[in-house]
Design a protein around this ligand. Structure first.
Ligand code: SF4
Length: 109
């Protein structure tokens, strides 16, 4: 199942990690929610493929460790989402549709 692009309405703001918003519910380490707002990564879908890190022209993503998560123990954090130029490459290359980018979502931070 791909990331829900309506997560702002359908999920709750559960806090912040690594400078980005987290949308829950969360129940770590198995359930980690969505990270980011303008550039949003569903951690519960992400398999740590890395195509987004390799292809993003402005280096929005950084690796974070997520030990104990059933899909992968590293995730792509949209740490620098404010730099995003909305090229949509990450959305296109993600093999599991874990990423949604919407310039209309500015982020809360
Ligand atoms: S849309 Fe483009 S610039 Fe923005 S995070 Fe994805 S790859 Fe990077």
């Amino acid at each position: 199942m791909p990331i829900d692009p309506q997560f702002e309405e359908n999920k709750e703001h559960a806090g912040e990690e690594n400078g980005v918003d987290v949308w829950g519910p969360t129940d770590p380490p198995e359930e980690l929610g969505i990270h980011g707002t303008h550039v949003a990564v569903d951690y519960d879908i992400c398999i740590g493929d890395g195509a987004c890190l390799e292809d993003c022209p402005v280096d929005v993503f950084t690796w974070v460790d997520t030990p104990g998560h059933p899909e992968s123990e590293i995730k792509a954090e949209p740490t620098h989402e404010a730099q995003c130029i909305d090229c949509m490459l990450c959305v296109d290359v993600c093999p599991v549709d874990a990423i949604d980018v919407d310039p209309g979502r500015a982020g809360r931070i």
